[in-house]
Design a protein. Structure first.
Length: 346
């Protein structure tokens, strides 16, 4: 291995000259920038327990009216990424959002893309591009870059969901910004998951002949995803994972450009061994409970808990119970694939 020169070995006058000229020598930083064999990972495997998140979020509801928040969100800050971190992993922003009965989170659009994963409560809705999407537990709702969106609540109990945004990526490129908008008149029609894209394998015929909408499907109801996982679990080999990817039904590609979404089922007694990958991820338990072994660290998760897995992590997920467990996963594999450095390690 090369012994690289350090900064201290350079004459002070030279270092000062470089600094005055806004120049820096690479060689003392070389191994920090490009370590051998494995990236330096500051992000830690970390668990955010629902029993902590929920009361803290409800307290935010008492302390801060929505008019003073625009979005009432608590950010999941990965402890390895520093005290001011607003990232759950290097690329993934996760927020827990609370909306109280009768409240309204005003219309805006922004350059980062977002999704919602509904955790609790009934009567919440999001209007995306004029499409009114009901929010039921486990539903995935997309809010892609540049699409107008607003949230409201017609129910009686608090509604809480998880937001995932590619904000750390868009922000690092100094491209993150939002635009305020006027309230949208939501269409009276049910959202496209209940109409045009009701069944896998079927798309509106007209979409074959003309330019397809970029984001034809905004809402992926949990009821359908859960049913599909259960059906699949009966035929998938015990050594393979029961996992479904959320895709764009018109293109077959991942449904958003930077972050990817999937749902998995852990059968009773199952130990799942996802392939080691260069992507980081956040997992959220929709139902059931289990244990995740991440780079040798054990995380015990229960319903509505959320945990982060670093890039290149060695992962095992165990369900020791007699009931199935269901996890939702956000990862940055779509971006890594597009940029040409995504890797899987056998
Ligand atoms: O609901 O539009 O967690 O704009 C962060 C930024 C949620 C939202 C977040 C946002 C939103």
């Amino acid at each position: 291995m090369l012994e690289l020169g350090t900064l201290e070995e350079l004459p002070r006058a030279y270092r000062e000259a470089l600094s005055n000229h806004h120049l820096a020598p690479l060689w003392p930083l070389m191994r920090a920038a490009l370590p051998y064999d494995m990236p330096i990972r500051r992000a830690r495997p970390h668990l955010w327990k629902w029993t902590d998140v929920r009361p803290d979020l409800l307290r935010a509801g008492e302390l801060t009216p929505l008019e003073k928040a625009e979005r009432r969100v608590l950010i999941l800050a990965n402890p390895g990424l520093g005290p001011d971190s607003i990232r759950a992993t290097p690329s993934i922003f996760i927020g827990m959002q609370l909306i109280l009965p009768g409240e309204f989170a005003p219309t805006h659009k922004h350059s980062p893309s977002a999704i919602r994963m509904v955790i609790e409560g009934e009567g919440g809705y999001t209007i995306v591009r004029g499409e009114k999407c009901p929010m039921e537990k486990g539903d995935l709702i997309l809010t892609p870059s540049g699409l107008w969106h607003e949230h409201g609540h017609e129910g009686a109990e608090p509604v809480i969901w998880m937001d995932a945004l590619d904000l750390p990526v868009v922000g690092a490129l100094e491209c993150a910004y939002a635009v305020e908008g006027k309230s949208q008149t939501g269409s009276n029609q049910p959202d496209a998951s209940q109409t045009r894209y009701l069944r896998a394998g079927l798309v509106p015929y007209s979409s074959l002949g003309q330019r397809r909408p970029d984001y034809p499907l905004i809402r992926y109801p949990w009821r359908d995803v859960r049913e599909a996982l259960v059906a699949m679990s009966g035929v998938v080999d015990r050594n393979s994972m029961v996992q479904l990817a959320y895709i764009n039904p018109e293109t077959g590609a991942e449904c958003m450009p930077i972050l990817g979404f999937s749902a998995m089922m852990l059968r009773p007694g199952e130990t799942a061994r996802p392939i080691r990958r260069s992507s980081s991820a956040v997992l959220h338990c929709i139902e059931g409970q289990g244990e995740a072994l991440i780079d040798g660290e054990t995380i015990r998760f229960a319903e509505s808990d959320t945990f982060a897995t670093p890039t290149h992590a060695e992962i095992e997920i165990l369900n020791r119970t007699s009931k199935p467990a269901f996890l939702f996963q956000v990862d940055d594999a779509p971006m890594q694939r597009k940029l040409g450095f995504y890797e899987e390690f056998q």
